[in-house]
Write a protein that binds this ligand. Structure first.
Ligand SMILES: [Zn+2]
Length: 310
């Protein structure tokens, strides 16, 4: 009976040896935990807790590419641990889908990596740094774990900023970086892997959450970005925040903005002021979405899209 029990284990080992022939299969057999999902051979997403930011881990024959460095330094270190479970190769590139702190604070956890972002990302990071010079000390005081995670912090703005489009080719992988205007931050990037059909769609659309629409963000720009990314025909869509899925993310976003715009339009036609529209507008279909406090910024964007002056 004892011998019979060994048999499945032997089969499992034989199976992993066969899989080991693949160039990006260093991680086979490693327990990556419930928050790491494999999207394609050597392409992983390290999902954030709740609405925390997602990160991509892309293995290549010449090193690793990380897309966004996590919600905070604790997450950045967890991402680095995952990288180490997958490969002994170094992280060569970090790509920022946006410059905000919840994607970029952890750059310092990946020393030696070249940080690539859309033009304007460095200025955005420097402005945030100047506006809150004690941010890291404040963070360190929040918990012993955070204090340990931010130890050795260094401000690392992008080494390379591109305009419009650029391509990174590394160890058999091709990544197309596409700037998206006016969708979330001053410098949003979609990262497209054409061979693997995976797109990291930044925070143009978030899942099950009301997005924050800053004054320079426009609904037509968001919809255009969704259309552009849908036209790529991706198999996997990894949003900046929220559960990765498919182009359904863009379809759901389109429906939401169509309904929002329609309702704001109806209230404008009743002669209501922007303040009254903010009070009167109801979106009960989306009551379960997180961050409802951001709804006024969505109303403002719809009002501007409809020609209203603010
Ligand atoms: Zn952001």
């Amino acid at each position: 009976m004892r011998l019979m029990r060994i048999a499945p284990a032997v089969l499992a080992i034989a199976g992993s040896i066969v899989l080991g022939g693949s160039p990006f299969a260093q991680g086979v057999g490693q327990d990556l935990g419930p928050r790491v999902k494999k999207l394609a051979e050597g392409v992983y997403v390290h999902t954030g807790k709740g609405f925390d930011s997602n990160s991509g881990i892309i293995l290549t024959d010449e090193g690793v590419i990380v897309v966004d460095t996590g919600q905070n330094a604790i997450e950045s270190r967890a991402i680095m641990e995952t990288v180490k479970k997958l490969t002994t190769m170094p992280v060569k590139f970090v790509i920022d889908t946006e410059p905000h702190n919840d994607h970029t604070t952890g750059h310092f956890v990946f020393p030696g990596a070249i940080v690539v972002a859309a033009a304007g990302a460095g200025d955005s990071m420097r402005a945030a740094q100047a506006a809150a010079p004690n941010r890291i000390e404040t963070l360190a005081a929040t918990s012993p774990e955070m204090k340990a995670a931010v130890a050795g912090y260094k401000f690392v703005p992008p080494h390379i900023e591109y305009r419009d489009k650029t391509t990174i080719t590394l160890g058999g992988r091709t990544l197309e970086l596409m700037y998206m205007k006016g969708v979330h931050s001053e410098a949003d990037t979609a990262v497209w892997l054409p061979q693997e059909r995976v797109v990291f769609s930044a925070s143009a659309f978030v899942v099950d959450q009301v997005n924050i629409l800053r004054p320079f963000v426009t609904i037509p720009d968001i919809l255009a970005a969704g259309k552009m990314m849908k036209a790529l025909n991706p198999q996997h869509v990894v949003p900046g925040h929220g559960t990765p899925s498919t182009t359904k993310i863009f379809d759901d976003g389109e429906k939401y903005y169509a309904l929002l715009t329609q309702r704001v339009d109806a209230l404008m036609k009743q002669g209501k002021s922007l303040d009254d529209i903010k009070k009167d507008l109801k979106m009960p279909e989306y009551a379960s979405w997180g961050s409802q406090d951001r709804m006024p910024t969505n109303v403002e964007a719809a009002y501007r899209a409809l020609g209203g002056r603010i």
